[in-house]
Design a protein around this ligand. Structure first.
Ligand SMILES: *Cc1c(COP(=O)(O)O)cnc(C)c1O
Length: 362
């Protein structure tokens, strides 16, 4: 069953652990003796409720979520949260602060502008988002309703290596592309959200981890489906949740557990990323794009400096069974996404292919 799989370096939706896909396949038509697929179940049934409860409990335990915080499953992906966050939190002062360090934080900021006054607390646009501003460069307003940043810039390949200090302003973070790749001190955050299709599950929802003290501040016109307080009260089932995606998240969490959880992932991801970055640093052909101290362990961006050679590399790597290495259209070049499910072997083989390509195309 597994022999015909290729190495899929897609930035998202991205590869899932093979054992997870096989488990889902084995339960596809008859889940646990229920006589039906998880896709066919009432979300109010006992059998589904058990899947939901276990998934949520596993998430809380593995992500180390304290009792002050609640875990929500919401449809609409991370983009939905770009609007939900300001609608739910902006009411505090009518103002919010954003750090703009890439494509998605910029989109989040633009969406928030519809609901209040936005102050750009930091930006790395002056050098095409190749770096992460240091703490000393963050200009956070005392009266901001919240401060928003994106922990890993999926397109530009940069990652925050520190948790911003906000002086009491609620900290809101888009962790779509690096959640579950390392332990996180959740208590420092007001809200963490992540579209699940990068590192946790198939597309279809976002996980939101929210400090319960922040719920209930929504602007009056906030749609009920976006209301955090309602979602907390209804345990993410005000309406039909993305049932199958939640089930798949549950399977991925079991797999994560078997790999040592977030601490296990952190160890492996450093090794995988180092393999690629060490090669980029010694290569005379390929050059990393992000500043060294801001390099992402999840999305590795690089180019040759010659667009034709980039195109040749993408074509030949695809033919050799390494898919989705083309950089995002705003960046060009190449991007290797090495989320949790990518085995070390995939990175080793890719680096060997790159070395060979360099020799042959000198
Ligand atoms: C992919 C991505 C998004 C967009 O996610 P959707 O689920 O498609 O809305 C937002 N932020 C980051 C950091 C991402 O990587």
């Amino acid at each position: 069953m597994s022999n015909d799989r290729i190495y899929n370096f897609s930035a998202g939706p991205s590869m899932l652990p093979l054992s997870v896909l096989e488990k889902a396949a084995s339960e596809m038509t008859n889940y646990n003796g229920s006589g039906m697929s998880v896709m066919e179940m009432s979300h109010r049934s006992k059998v589904y409720q058990a899947i939901f409860d276990e998934t949520k409990a596993d998430f809380k335990r593995i992500f180390n979520v304290p009792d002050t915080h609640e875990v929500l499953f919401m449809q609409g992906g991370a983009t939905f949260q770009f609007a939900a966050v300001p609608m739910n939190l902006m009411g505090a002062s009518g103002k919010a602060d954003y750090a703009v360090t890439g494509n998605f934080s910029n989109l989040a900021m633009k969406e928030a502008k519809k609901y209040g006054e936005i102050h750009i607390a930091a930006s790395s646009e002056d050098r095409q988002f190749a770096y992460i501003p240091p703490q000393s460069a963050l200009d956070i307003s005392k009266d901001a309703s919240y401060f928003h940043y994106c922990a890993n810039n999926t397109i530009y390949g940069t990652e925050w290596k520190y948790v911003p200090e906000t002086g009491g302003v609620p900290l809101v973070c888009d962790m779509s592309s690096n959640i579950m790749s390392k332990p996180v001190d959740v208590s420092k955050y007001g809200i963490i959200y992540a579209g699940v299709q990068k590192n946790m599950a198939p597309a279809g929802m976002a996980v939101v981890v929210i400090d319960k003290a922040l719920a209930g501040r929504e602007l009056p016109y906030t749609p009920v489906i976006m209301n955090y307080k309602t979602t907390i009260e209804k345990d993410s089932m005000y309406n039909t949740p993305p049932c199958y995606t939640i089930y798949m998240l549950g399977l991925v969490l079991k797999w994560l557990d078997s790999q040592g959880g977030t601490a296990g992932m952190e160890k492996i991801k450093h090794q995988k990323a180092a393999l690629l970055y060490d090669f980029l640093d010694e290569s005379a052909m390929f050059r990393g794009i992000a500043d060294k101290d801001a390099r992402s362990d999840m999305n590795v961006t690089f180019r040759t400096g010659d667009e034709e050679l980039d195109a040749k590399f993408i074509k030949e790597s695809t033919a050799a069974g390494f898919s989705n290495l083309k950089g995002h259209r705003v960046m060009g070049g190449m991007r290797v996404s090495i989320y949790n499910a990518m085995p070390m072997e995939g990175v080793e083989k890719l680096v060997a292919f790159m070395k060979d390509f360099e020799v042959k195309n000198k």
